[in-house]
Structure formats: C-alpha cells, structure tokens
Design a binder for this molecule. Structure first.
Ligand code: FMN
Length: 349
C-alpha cells in the first residue's frame, strides 16, 4: 500500500565540477564517485550511455539475453553511444544455483567485445577472473556484507561494493544496514570499495566518502529515469511510493529480495509462512521473470517482484539521469558547505 505523498524535490542544477578524485573515479575515469548498478531488464545501452554522459558509470545487464549475438549487439550499441566515455557490463549470478557456464559464456563475449569494466554479483566471480583478467577488464564485485567483501578482496577483484539491507534487489541474508557497513568497511578492507543500499541524496554520498568509501552505488534512485525502458505507469507508481513501501521476501529459498509491497509479495509471504521448506516451485508462478517483464511493459505494479529499495523515498519525478546526477552534485556541494560551517576557524573565538 502506498503511503503519504513525498515532499517536492530540491531544484536540480547544472553539473558541478568538484575536481574530486577517489580510487573509484580513477578506476573508471568518471567525474563523480557514483556507479549506476545493473538493473535486470532495465539497464540497457541507452541507460548506460545516459550515465556516461552524466559523468558517472552505468552497467548494462547481460544475463537476460537469450543468445550471445543479441548481447554482442547491445554491447556494440553501448560502445557506439558512449564513444570514449566509460560503461560496463553487469554479470549477475543469482540465484547461487544459476548456471555458471552461462556466466562464463557472457564473460567471454564481454572480453571479445573489448568491454573495459564488469560488475559481478550473486556469487564469487573467481571462475570468471582468468577470462576477464586476460582481457584487461577491471572487476567490481558486489556483495551483501563485509565478510563477502573480504573474500572478494582475497581473490583479487579491483574494487568491491557492499550493499546494505536497505537496497533494492537482493540484500543478502545478513540484514545489516548501510551505516554499519560504512563504519566497519574502512577498518577491514584495503581495496577501494563502494557503499550501496538506500542512497538517493548527494549529502549521503559525501557522508560515504567521509567514512572511507571511494564512492556509492545507486539503483533505486534511477528507476524512474526517462531512459529506463518501462511503462510510464510503472514510473508513476515509484514516484508515488515512499521508503515505507517495500518489503523483503524469498527468505525461504535464501534469495532475499526487496521489492514493492503488492499482491505478489503478499501471496509469496503467505506461501513462505505456510511451508517454509516448500522450495521454489510453488513460488515460481508469482516470482518468474516473465511476470516482472509484463509489469515493465504494462505498468501494473500490483503484481510481479517489482524490485526497489528504501531509496524510493528520494524518487520524486521521472527525469533524465543527467538531471538526477546534477541534483545529487548540488546536494553534495550543499552538504560540503554545511559541514564546513560547523567548524570554527582555528584560533577563532
Ligand atoms: C529493479 C532493480 C534491478 C536490479 N537488477 C540488478 C542486476 O541485474 N544485477 C545487479 O548486480 N544488481 C541489480 N540490482 C541492484 C542494483 O544494481 C544496486 O546494487 C542496488 O539497487 C543499490 O541499492 P539501492 O536500490 O538502495 O540504490 C537491481 C536493483 C533494482 C532496484
């Protein structure tokens, strides 16, 4: 159920150039330390190109392509749209039981097509690394907890993203929030890391940098962007939703998912409560990707696993990615000034 309407968005501004550098801006060659993570069915070449033009990096999703030819075509489209600007390919390996050979096949295509950056998630990317490394591809691995980030560091990924419980998509089993991840990651990680889960405002990006992160990943904040290939009613539904309108389900199959509350999540919750050992088969008619695809096509968010996180609270209009990024930079800048104003000059009264 949707709750009260949200306050109107702060005005956006033209891009602000901070001269800001972090290991993540250096790794990807971007202006602002922000990554638009993969969005299954939604993160297309057009979306990745919109991110690139906005001075950040986007990862187009790959595992829904039925054949390698279609994936190659999409990558080539991204290359042509982005020119020299960076983009990457997301290789999601969820659920854990998913076919590793499929991911290996995607990795080979990505390598052959000269892609420079890959975002992996779902399980250890270790089997993919020889292929990606040989092709000189930089690997950003996304995990739902610090202990997995440490494993990723051990196998030699270039950077890691830790998403907290607030995130849209799959927050993992640990139920640890982003602020706790933020506080602990600096103590334990040596490689560059991003924080994710619940980010939607530029002040939060500054806060993440202050804790020691090299940047932030966002998914939910961009879902209503004009470049997202989904029905306007879907985007309107996200705009009217708030941070209170998501829930976690699929506990019983150890594939926790944060989605909009709707008929599907209510049906899934009832099935999981009735038979926690029931496995995935009784759930499939509700959670199948085909149901979600239909939602994106017809805009009816009352059914389907409509992935979205608590950052829905920040989604207040359907605008181009560049406008959102400008707004985030403006908020970042204001937060920086606010922070400076809190410190009295040394030697002052
Ligand atoms: C609709 C949706 C689809 C997603 N699909 C993928 C995916 O295919 N691969 C992936 O690595 N992450 C996926 N994610 C996770 C995002 O890339 C990102 O890590 C996450 O949204 C960050 O948290 P936030 O939602 O609080 O911004 C998805 C998230 C959403 C909301």
């Amino acid at each position: 159920m949707m709750t009260a309407s949200k306050p109107s968005a702060a005005s956006s501004s033209d891009a602000v150039d901070f001269g800001l550098r972090t290991p993540i801006t250096d790794l990807f060659g971007i202006q602002f330390p922000l990554v638009a993570g993969g969005l299954q069915f939604l993160a297309t070449a057009d979306y990745a190109a919109a991110c690139a033009r906005a001075g950040i990096i986007g990862f187009l999703t790959s595992n829904h392509f039925d054949d390698h030819h279609a994936l190659r075509t999409e990558i080539q489209r991204a290359q042509s749209l982005c020119g020299s600007l960076p983009f990457g390919v997301n290789i999601a390996m969820l659920p854990k039981a998913s076919d590793l050979n499929k991911a290996l096949g995607i990795a080979r295509v990505v390598a052959e097509e000269g892609v420079r950056f890959v975002e992996t998630t779902g399980r250890s990317p270790e089997p993919l690394l020889p292929i990606l490394r040989d092709a000189g591809i930089k690997v950003l691995h996304k995990v739902p907890g610090l202990k997995f980030a440490l494993k990723a560091q051990d196998i030699g990924v270039d950077a890691v993203t830790i998403v907290g419980w607030e995130c849209g998509g799959h927050p993992g089993p640990a139920a640890v929030g982003t602020m706790v991840n933020a506080g602990l990651a600096r103590e334990r990680l040596d490689i560059p890391y991003l924080l994710g889960g619940g980010f939607g405002n530029g002040a939060q990006i500054l806060a993440a940098l202050a804790t020691g992160a090299s940047g932030v990943v966002m998914g939910t904040r961009f879902l209503a962007s004009t470049e997202i290939p989904a029905h306007p009613d879907y985007k309107a539904s996200l705009v009217s939703a708030t941070e209170n309108d998501t829930t976690i389900s699929l506990w019983s199959v150890r594939n926790n998912a944060r989605t909009l509350v709707n008929e599907t999540t209510r049906a899934v919750a009832a099935l999981e409560a009735a038979d926690p050992q029931g496995g995935i088969d009784p759930l499939m008619p509700h959670i199948a990707g085909a149901v979600l695809k239909q939602t994106y096509q017809d805009g009816d968010t009352s059914r389907g696993m409509v992935y979205a996180g608590q950052a829905l609270g920040f989604v207040r209009q359907s605008v181009p990615v560049a406008q959102t990024v400008s707004q985030l930079k403006e908020e970042f800048s204001q937060a920086r000034q606010r922070l400076s104003s809190l410190f009295a000059p040394v030697g002052g009264p």
